[in-house]
Write a protein that binds this ligand. Structure first.
Ligand code: GLC
Length: 738
């Protein structure tokens, strides 16, 4: 026996003489070779099978008997199971009760926190603060890893430009550049420097690919885009995730170019493996292999499994297709054993990288779990992240900040005292009872001297207006009114598209009647998508976008409302005037008939302007900033080209503030048409009242390159206009020639 094993080791060491990956050493690759050589086909298929526990449900099906599958070596991965002790017992089954004792990997949707909940990702993107975004991911990983988890199904990096789609809440908004910056921060935050660190998680770039381009904003709908759009807009954040070292990818539900992502060889092998050199593993989304039958690309589950594994899917989430049919497909020579072995290798690599073969229980420490979750420090970071996610959209008549000495304050609205709606969708182990509601935050910020009343007025949905008179009565007695309205947290996230993006129910009517009292009306929004605010904007003195701000949301909103902190957020996604404008985003093209008010035959609507209500990158402060005309200096060096832009920014107000200085490029002429503006740089600049700073950006050929007509990346000669300012409508311009 020993001689055979020895011969095997020698044989395999030759076979994988130079095999190693970014996560494994040569020795570990040899160990993987030896292990694969001992595994039966069913045990290999088990490693390619992911099942949900019955602890949580995140998709359309559950199945009985996952624990028997663990014991039988028929599954190597479990999701929706957590806590150090619960997962330890499941891990024990795999280690002690299976033939080879291969450790399980435990995954969960830790999207914006595990127990300490941070703002939804769209809100975090509004902070433009990648350092903070990395820190919140690091904390989320710390808490989840202490709770027995190894793998998060995050970051969701889908670029999205249609607010009807409920999952815009889960991503980084409409822009590629900002999306890439946030993606890199998140992967680094979750994975840290060493995946074997028991306070880190392996991350998962999802949903590969172009899920955000679903037609009509309807979840799971068809995606029909050009290869150019795919590569220019939807793939770049995934490539950023790969370059940042992400260990796994998740396929999307949608088709791309007529082929569902889970069976799309072009996406999964030609691009991800051959072009990009990805060495981790690919998991599908929930039963998305099975769903290739209703997609109509295969006739049955067995064929779906064949298509998926041959396209490059390593692990089947919850579909049990590999579980049920792969052995037969191998026997029929429809699937090669080498393909199976490659998938298993890619999965085992990540388990090795997590240190699970060294110590399968390293994430199951009860003491760590008791001392690393929902700590005071974590909540302080959650409050800071929530503050920086808030976007001040309107502030007239100096409505904000409110004085803490205010005599009487009326708090109105159906969401003011909600704790669960601070969480937002995908809140993992976040608990409503842990959350600080807006009413509680306001009460905590104001002393006993202020009389605070609360009346809901209306509910979020429904036509009942009977509560409005009480709200009006409270408003008439107050010096100001804070109205907390928006969407229930269940109205965005997965399977939560809306055809209307206005405030649901009678919330706008409530605001309209409150406005008639003549009191200052401050609207605070809790919502998971850009809303059409055109029917409340004229009835509001101030509008503060709060998204779903997380566990400490109430305190964070109060910090801004009463001026303890200044608002710094900038929109990561355009707010339309009407859903009829959708898709609408800042970096659109000029067309051959750009809008001209004096010419009928130009690109416009009869009943609405082309402009959004609030543009990408927009957000007010409690101070003001002035931008002088930028300057540019060019330098050509060793075939490269750089352009350095300088701009003087001054805080022209009376309070300190932070400005997100944004740089947009317009490449006037190209071998294909070019967007009117493209974000190519941003910097967070803190300025005291009256203070000026010169801000510099340097762009190289790389940043000025694009997918040319021949589908190669490169920069083309011509004139470039560069705009620098506080949002995507920046007017301060400098041009240069290349
Ligand atoms: C869901 C989501 C995906 C999530 C997975 C596991 O359907 O589409 O984002 O990670 O299933 O919960």
């Amino acid at each position: 026996m020993r001689k055979n094993i020895l011969l095997l080791l020698i044989a395999f060491s030759a076979g994988s003489l130079f095999a190693q990956s970014r996560w494994t050493t040569e020795e570990e690759e040899k160990a993987i070779d030896a292990l694969i050589s001992e595994m039966t086909l069913l045990e290999k298929i088990g490693q390619m099978t992911l099942f949900t526990s019955d602890w949580d449900q995140t998709g359309p099906t559950l199945r009985e008997g996952y624990q028997e599958d663990i014991r039988g070596g028929r599954t190597g991965a479990i999701f929706n199971a957590h806590t150090a002790d619960y997962n330890r017992e499941l891990q024990r089954m795999a280690i002690e009760e299976t033939r080879l004792g291969i450790p399980l990997i435990f995954g969960y949707d830790v999207i914006h926190g595990y127990r300490t909940i941070f703002p939804i990702p769209l809100g975090e993107a509004a902070s433009w603060n990648t350092t903070l975004a990395e820190e919140t991911a690091r904390i989320a990983a710390r808490e989840a890893a202490a709770a027995g988890l190894h793998w998060t199904f995050a970051p969701m990096v889908d670029v999205a430009r249609d607010p009807r789609w409920g999952r815009v809440m889960e991503g980084n908004g409409e822009d590629v550049f900002l999306g890439k910056a946030m993606t890199e921060a998140k992967v680094k935050g979750y994975q840290g420097e060493d995946l074997s660190d028991p306070f880190t998680l392996v991350a998962c770039a999802k949903h590969y690919a172009a899920y955000g381009a679903a037609q009509a904003g309807r979840d799971y709908h068809t995606v029909d885009i050009s290869e150019r759009s795919l590569r220019e807009t939807y793939l770049p954040p995934f490539k950023t995730a790969l370059d940042a070292g992400v260990g796994t990818f998740m396929t999307s539900f949608n088709e791309v170019d007529g082929q569902p992502a889970s069976g799309n060889y072009h996406l999964l092998t030609e691009i991800l493996r051959d072009e990009w050199g990805f060495e981790g593993f690919v998991v599908t989304d929930y039963t998305s292999i099975n769903e290739m039958v209703p997609h109509g690309i295969v006739a049955n589950d067995a064929d779906a499994g064949e298509l998926a594994v041959n396209a490059g899917v390593d692990m089947d989430m919850q579909g049990a297709v590999y579980y049920n049919y792969l052995e037969k497909k191998v026997a029929e020579d429809k699937v090669k054993l080498a393909k199976i072995d490659q998938a298993v290798r890619q999965i085992l690599r990540i388990k090795y990288a997590l240190g699970l073969f060294e110590d399968p229980y390293r994430y199951n420490d009860m003491d760590r779990q008791a001392t690393n979750i929902f700590t005071v420090d974590h909540r302080a970071t959650a409050r800071a992240a929530a503050r920086e996610s808030l976007v001040l959209l309107k502030n007239e008549n100096n409505a904000l900040p409110l004085a803490k000495s205010i005599r009487q304050l009326a708090v109105v609205g159906p969401l003011a005292e909600s704790q669960e709606d601070m969480l937002g969708a995908w809140h993992a182990d976040g608990r409503a009872r842990d959350c600080v509601s807006l009413l509680t935050g306001i009460q905590a910020a104001l002393g006993q001297t202020t009389k605070i009343s609360y009346t809901p007025g209306v509910s979020v949905e429904g036509d009942d207006e009977t509560g409005i008179p009480a709200a009006l009565a409270a408003a008439k007695l107050a010096d100001a009114v804070v109205v907390v309205v928006g969407e229930k947290w269940t109205m965005s996230g997965e399977a939560a598209s809306r055809t209307s993006i206005t405030l649901p129910g009678k919330q706008a009517e409530l605001i309209s009647q409150l406005h008639q009292t003549g009191k200052p009306i401050i609207v605070v929004l809790l919502n998971g998508r850009p809303l059409d605010l055109s029917n409340i904007i004229d009835h509001s003195d101030a509008i503060l976008e709060a998204w779903y701000p997380g566990s400490e949301g109430g305190h964070a909103v109060a910090d801004i409302l009463f001026g303890d902190y200044v608002p710094v957020g900038k929109l990561p996604m355009t707010f339309p005037r009407s859903v009829g404008q959708v898709p609408i985003f800042y970096n659109m093209k000029n067309t051959g008939r750009p809008f001209d008010a004096g010419n009928k035959y130009t690109s416009k609507y009869l009943d609405e302007s082309n402009d959004p209500l609030f543009p990408f990158g927009f957000g007010l402060s409690y101070t003001t900033f002035n931008y002088e005309t930028p300057t540019v200096t060019k330098a050509a060096s060793e075939g490269d080209f750089t352009a350095t832009f300088s701009v003087k920014v001054t805080n022209t107000g009376k309070r300190l503030g932070r400005e997100v200085v944004q740089l947009y490029v317009h490449d006037l002429v190209g071998s294909v048409t070019r967007p009117l503006r493209e974000l190519k740089g941003f910097q967070l600049v803190d300025l005291a009242a009256g203070e000026s700073k010169t801000v510099e950006f340097t762009l190289s050929k790389e940043e000025l390159s694009f997918l040319r007509r021949d589908m190669t990346w490169g920069m083309e000669p011509g004139t470039f206009d560069v705009y620098i300012g506080g949002d995507s409508r920046a007017t301060q311009k400098v041009s240069f020639e290349y």
